[in-house]
Write a protein that binds this ligand. Structure first.
Ligand code: NDP
Length: 247
């Protein structure tokens, strides 16, 4: 039993691997009811099955966050299954780094669609529910790269700066009906994120850097649990964390 987590309904996008999966498993173990969205449904179902075997409550919904209707269905399913929605954790993201001169326009589109529009669709699906309940919590995932722009990360950083701007603007609008907004900005975390870098040399370099210093995905679960477990009149607005040795 953990105060202010037990019984809460938490919708998680990008729950099939990495930090979304770790957060789903950890918060379910702490007594939250979790609704998991991602495209790799077989992975979601395996996680749901583990959570249920351990006595927890979970549902899985095939969700492509670039499709507004999929994200709506994820939130609707959580509400139908558990009666309410307390938290939306907009975690799904991609980081195909590349120099801009490579003109990987498809990857730019993907990053904008998943990292920015996917987050917006999560907000759009949850906000009416939160407004009606007069309570809720939006948790968005930015990055250390949402605080500083770097070469080969111009577009990725742009999407993560956008997530922070959207979060702060949203916070100012929804505080009056008791909705909390938290943005969490990780540094290097050991997940599958770097596997999508299509430039071979850059991919090896980034994977080498991350492998040497990364903290486990459960670190994010600890941060989410911290933000969610605060008393309802405390909104943890921003968390920025990184491996101690990361520049
Ligand atoms: P992973 O690659 O392990 O997880 C990414 C998740 O996003 C997967 O579950 C994937 O599911 C999901 N996803 C990707 N595209 C879509 C889509 N179109 N629709 C629905 N889900 C999608 O990486 P992380 O756990 O590291 O990433 C989580 C978040 O953390 C991201 O926003 C990332 O930018 C951010 N981040 C990560 C850092 C790190 O060092 N790892 C550092 C800073 C920020 P599926 O493919 O099944 O759809």
């Amino acid at each position: 039993m953990t105060d202010n987590i037990t019984g809460k309904v938490i919708v998680i996008t990008g729950a099939s691997s990495g930090m979304g999966e770790a957060t789903a498993r950890d918060l379910a173990a702490k007594g939250a009811k979790v609704a998991l969205g991602a495209r790799r449904v077989e992975r979601l179902e395996a996680i749901v099955s583990d959570i249920k075997d351990a006595g927890g409550e979970a549902v899985a919904v095939a969700t492509d966050v670039t499709k507004c209707e999929d994200v709506q269905k994820l939130v609707d399913t959580a509400k139908e299954a558990f009666g309410r929605v307390d938290v939306i954790f907009n975690n799904a993201g991609l980081m195909p780094l590349s120099p801009m001169e490579s003109l990987k326009i498809d990857e730019w589109d993907q990053m904008v669609d998943v990292n920015v529009k996917g987050t917006l669709y999560g907000i759009a699906a949850a906000l009416p529910v939160f407004k009606e309940q007069k309570s809720g919590h939006v948790i968005n995932v930015s990055s250390v790269y949402g605080h500083k722009a770097v070469a080969t990360g111009a577009v990725y950083c742009g999407t993560k700066f956008a997530v922070r701007a959207i979060s702060e603007g949203l916070r100012q609008e929804v505080k009056d009906y008791n909705v909390r907004v938290t943005v969490i900005s990780p540094g290097a975390v050991d997940t599958e994120l770097t596997s999508h870098i299509s430039e071979p040399e850059l991919g090896d370099q980034v994977r080498g850097f991350v492998k040497d210093i990364a903290v486990p995905a459960s670190t994010m679960a600890d941060m989410v649990a911290f933000a969610v477990s605060q008393p309802e009149n405390v909104d943890v607005n921003e968390i920025l964390f990184r491996p101690t040795v990361q520049p």
